[in-house]
Design a protein around this ligand. Structure first.
Ligand code: ADP
Ligand code: MG
Length: 420
């Protein structure tokens, strides 16, 4: 089959590299992709968020399966647009993507179907939200309803901090319409964990759990980013916890979406807090995590293409494909190399050295790179992801960091404690 990967970051490079291993995949296209993928994928120029143009390009290239990386095109209806022109697409419809693009939708779904999550209230009036803060306990968590690039959540230690968050979200509209409504919810205590599952709307194929590091500096200090690293597997995620997550969260959520008339097909990503009372949902995402994909996909021993195709077809064939899914007994640690200044403003165009030789148990994922006549240059905040694979986390870590020693660009910043 001919496959199109939509998106341009490290997650999409991980998808391209995994799909390139498949005997069933003839050609891979990426829109817009990045130059790091060019050895394995044919790059199609364009904007992933212009969903009609993506659909036209897929039609023209006679694509058999489109795989969507980022949440934005999904929330804008890229899967609906692709299906309209007869191209099968892996990822939820615009309506189903609301499980990520509207936190209110997700919370109300969980409430209705008894899926464990923090107690919450929804407000569309600033004054009512303020009144609620006046007679509740702290810490409390304040969340903008819509997509806010990972910046719309504040864990408020006290009333003053809560009021500030409400002003920014609801009055200043820092995140635009995403702040039309807010959720105020109880603060959960425990260990965070991400579990992704591939689903056709009925069968649920859980992937191994991962943990990511959002903060820019070591020790989880500093502002949040899109993700500075991830590792997999997670020690405390044993078989019992995996079964609980599947039974109490993943399967009921997929069933709930079907019952609501918005069947969910694609990756259901559950951001969880494992509390004393068991796992509770912090949020759902509707696609692979970035950089979680960069640690989960390289450990997949089986062919990814037929699994994604079966999920996209939603014809019941995922159930038999699921039996063929196997994982390598391996650990993976991904370290993100970022531009100086990221997640705020940063300079672009620095020359990158050391990308030619990659050790056997290392995968190099391009995110913000461009190839010029004079060599590789930086062009994004997150520039590269370096994934080390090994028999345990320690070996995987060592391999990732050893590879990084040979990579250089001006202002290169990375965390030294990923997977520790
Ligand atoms: N109810 C909660 N209790 C404690 N921490 C929370 C809660 N909800 C969110 N958080 C923290 O805030 C982070 C971001 O929240 P999340 O719901 O995942 O939104 P997003 O990823 O869209 O920013 C979480 O990873 C978690 O650390
Ligand atoms: Mg999150």
């Amino acid at each position: 089959m001919d496959v199109l990967v939509v998106g341009s970051g490290g997650r999409e490079d991980a998808l391209v590299q995994k799909l390139a291993e498949s005997d069933k995949v003839e050609t891979i296209h990426a829109l817009p992709g990045n130059d790091g993928m060019a050895g394995q994928a044919h790059l199609i120029e364009g904007n992933a968020e212009d969903v009609e143009a993506v659909a036209r390009a897929a039609r023209e290239a006679d694509i058999d399966l489109a795989v969507i990386g980022p949440e934005k095109p999904l929330a804008l209806g890229v899967v609906d647009a692709l299906q309209e022109v007869g191209v099968a697409a892996f990822g939820p419809s615009r309506e189903a993507a609301r499980i990520e693009s509207s936190k209110v939708f997700a919370k109300q779904l969980m409430e209705k179907y008894d899926i464990p999550t923090a107690d919450f209230r929804v407000f569309s009036s600033h004054s009512e939200a303020v009144a609620h803060l006046n007679d509740r306990s702290f810490p409390a968590v304040i969340k903008a309803d819509g997509l806010a690039a990972g910046k719309g959540v504040v864990v408020a230690r006290d009333r003053a901090e809560g009021l500030r968050a409400l002003t920014q979200i609801m009055v200043d509209r820092r995140f635009g319409d995403a702040g039309e409504r807010v959720i105020i919810e109880d603060c959960l205590v425990g260990e965070e964990l991400s579990v992704m599952a591939i689903t056709d709307g009925e069968t649920v194929v859980p992937l191994d759990a991962a943990q990511d590091h959002k903060a820019i500096y070591d020790g989880d200090r500093g502002p949040n980013t899109g993700g500075m690293g991830a590792f997999c597997p997670v020690q405390f995620y044993d078989e019992e916890l995996a079964e609980t997550v599947c039974r109490d969260i993943l399967r009921p959520t997929v069933r709930a979406m079907a019952e609501e008339g918005v069947p969910f097909q694609g990756v259901l990503y559950a951001g969880l807090m494992v509390t004393e009372d068991g796992p509770e949902v912090l949020e759902f995402n509707c696609r692979f995590g970035d950089p979680e994909a960069q640690v989960v996909l390289p450990r997949l021993d089986s062919d990814l293409a037929p699994v994604l195709a079966a999920a996209a077809a939603a014809d019941g064939s995922l159930a038999s494909e699921a039996e063929l899914v196997h994982w390598r007994e391996q650990s993976a640690v991904c370290v993100v190399l970022a531009s100086e200044g990221y997640p705020l403003d940063y300079e672009k165009g620095y020359s990158i050295e050391g990308l030619d030789e990659v050790a056997e148990n290392v995968r190099l994922y391009h995110a913000g790179t461009v190839r010029t006549d004079a060599g590789w240059r930086t062009v994004g905040g997150r520039v590269l992801g370096v994934t080390g694979l090994g028999r345990d986390l320690e070996q995987a870590r060592r391999r990732a960091y050893r590879q990084i020693e040979s990579i250089r660009f001006s202002g290169m910043h990375y965390r030294t404690d990923i997977g520790r």
